[in-house]
Design a protein around this ligand. Structure first.
Ligand SMILES: C[C@H](O)[C@H](O)[C@H]1CNc2nc(N)[nH]c(=O)c2N1
Ligand SMILES: N[C@@H](Cc1ccccc1)C(=O)O
Ligand SMILES: [Fe+2]
Length: 276
């Protein structure tokens, strides 16, 4: 992106070198420090989920039965996802271009970056690492309605024009990455980008950010920055709303959003350094 607002891909170039190379069976022999980082993140986040994440996420997390003391091997994740919703993971070095991203989702393959954050980035990092993809996203991918929406979204992205894809990225960002949902028990998190960040888990349900009722066209019109705690979260009235959305004409909503134009950003432009 040329604007001062760094795009995920701007960040990716900085992380590709961090990826661990799998062997011919896809097995990754993680160094001790990386397993220790996973263990710290698991202990910290498992203690924060109660009363903050939706039941569908908790059901998925239980089904995945993630190890607490080491980074799981993707083959173990795939066995559970395959049985639950027909999904598999796909090892990627870091952030991948839209083309590859949408193609993977359309084929029920979820990209998993093969690196984990450093101890200094524990509470929040700007690009998706393996903890974000597995702990953040995979539990919800065991939920059929959510998995269906994600696959439909991937198919739409595959057929969309580049400009439409930028709009579609906002819809993904405001739901799959940073979505909240109101439940009878209270406001809960389902967005993987929140759940994998101890810092953002607290921030998202605090009074600091703005909370708006989810409206697909408004979400499509809302610019975002990838390198800050989100200033705005859209709240679903029910998770099934997301599944219903995948039965509607999302591309017509993209066209409507393009006609209406973008909302004013609720954040300061990223300082140049943030692109570094
Ligand atoms: C569409 C989405 O917001 C984002 O731009 C895509 C691009 N590439 C990605 N690549 C990886 N590895 N993981 C992701 O979540 C994404 N998200
Ligand atoms: N900020 C998330 C990672 C993330 C980066 C970019 C997009 C989505 C998620 C975390 O710290 O876990
Ligand atoms: Fe993500």
């Amino acid at each position: 992106m040329t604007s001062s607002n760094p795009h995920l891909s701007d960040v990716a170039s900085k992380t590709g070198y961090r990826a661990r190379l799998p062997d011919e069976n896809g097995y990754i022999d993680w160094p001790e420090q990386d397993n220790a980082t996973w263990q710290t993140l698991m202990q910290r986040q498992l203690g924060m989920l109660e009363g903050r994440v939706c039941q569908e996420y908790l059901d998925g997390l239980e089904r995945l039965a993630l190890p607490e003391d080491r980074i799981p091997q993707l083959a173990d994740i795939d066995r559970v996802l395959q049985a639950a919703t027909g999904w598999q993971t796909a090892q990627v070095p870091a952030l991948i271009p839209f083309d590859t991203f949408f193609k993977l989702l359309a084929n029920r393959r979820f990209p998993v970056a093969t690196f984990i954050r450093t101890p200094e980035e524990l509470d929040y990092l700007k690009e998706p690492d393996i903890f974000h993809e597995i702990f953040g996203h995979c539990p919800m991918l065991t939920n059929p309605a959510f998995a269906e929406f994600t696959a439909t979204y991937g198919r739409l992205g595959l057929e969309a024009e580049p400009k439409q894809r930028v709009y579609l990225a906002r819809l993904y960002w405001m739901t799959v990455e940073f979505g909240l949902v109101d439940t009878p028990a209270g406001r809960r998190i389902y967005g993987g980008g929140i759940i994998s960040s101890p810092k953002e888990t607290l921030h998202a349900l605090s009074d600091t950010p703005e909370h708006l009722p989810f409206d697909p066209i408004e979400a499509l019109r809302t610019p975002y920055r990838i390198d800050i705690l989100q200033p705005l979260y859209y709240v679903l009235d029910d998770l099934t709303t997301l599944h219903d959305l995948s039965q509607q004409d999302i591309m017509a909503m993209v066209h409507r959003a393009m006609e209406l134009g973008l909302h004013e950003p609720r954040f300061e432009p990223a300082p140049k350094a943030a692109k570094a």
